[in-house]
Ligand binder design. Sequence first.
Ligand SMILES: [Fe+2]
Ligand SMILES: [Fe+2]
Length: 469
Amino acid sequence: MFRLRQAATETPSLSQIGVVTLAVLLALAIYVVSVTVERFGDAPLFMLAVPLGLTAIAYGLTGGIAMGLLASTLAAAWWAEQGYPGGLAWLSSRAVTCLLIGAVLGWFADSRHALGRAIASHRELSLDMIATASFDGYFVEVNPAFTRTLGFTAEELVSRPFIDFVHPDDQEPTLAAVVEQTEEGRDVFNFQNRYRTKDGSYRWLEWTSRPDPEGRALIAVARDVTDRKRLEELEHEYQNRLEQAVRERTKELNRRNAELEEARQETMRRLALAAEYRDDETFEHTARVGHTAALLAAALGFSESEVQVIRDAAPLHDIGKLAVSDTVLLKPGKLTREEVEHMRRHAATGATILSGSSSGVLQVAEEIAQGHHEWWDGNGYPGGLRGDHIPLRARIVALADVFDALTHKRPYKPAWPVEEAVAEIRRLRGLQFDPDVVDAFEQLDPYELAGVERMSDRSAAIADDRAVA
Ligand SMILES: [Fe+2]
Ligand SMILES: [Fe+2]
């Protein structure tokens, strides 16, 4: 343990021998005074408590008892010199008192020395750094753990302001922590800074410190947490790399998902196109049915994702027409009964083509293909289902499909005017079509659905053209 600055600022203590010599001389002087100045009686003998205390502090129990014996002897000499006043009772009471005082003070002194040695051992053996620092910024006392950790000797550490050892980036917060204690009297817990070592590198220290009870010094304990900090930094770095990798992988995954989704949608469009290719001159029927079905679904309160599924699935409603022969499909005139039966098989065939898929869109497409020719009143095909027994999405596509077929030219029929097609839809309300779906249809703009201009809009446009000409 080193106490260099403390030794410089406090009164030096006398050695044990010096103390004992002083105590003996003092006891003899007290005796001489007591025998030469008779008018004070035995009062000066009470002053023997002073050399008793000094000896007990210097030599503990042994010193206290030895000085107690000397004091008893001097008291006995005074007693004999004075003609035995008070008899043996006087002498024995003084002797016992002197011995008791010496023994008790000596025992206290021994206990204190033992405590001091124990504390010193703890400080010396501690793996943590323990220091006392003055308010003017110097270490007063450091334990050997400082040297083991930083490499500097205790003399080097106490010879310069401790802030000189602190990493430049940590000096400002370190001084703030010191001010917090020296000026505000507050404790500081788990404060971290970097301390320079003998080889010029830095180590992270974690401090807990507080002003001593007298407010004259700082009591501080520090722990080397460099390894922990490195682990934390590694963990932080690893975490950052991991997050970066996850971000990149997620971005890549999203890109691939978008590509897959695009490929899926294109495949479905092309599949739908294949089904309608032979009887749809513009090839846009499938897309329009998907669009109209989506608007109807939205008007009926479907969620955004459900609307999207219908938009994707509806164009496949006639996929079963792949199995219908050209002679039947493209026949301009009336179909024979067998041909009608052949034609009607496209609904069940379409459902079979689409069945067994794990894709939600294809499962809905199967449901639509199967049910889009069912009638609300039960007169449809292939199941002759009635009302709510027909899946709602099939009921929606049924209307969208018929309206689009009516408003567009087919090999076997011309395009109907929008007004007539709307009237036909209304006429079939409750017969072929679900009344609720027809009501939803009424909320939409049939001209927009059919992709044609209103007569009034067309007249206004022609008038505008004439005005310009
Ligand atoms: Fe169909
Ligand atoms: Fe169709």
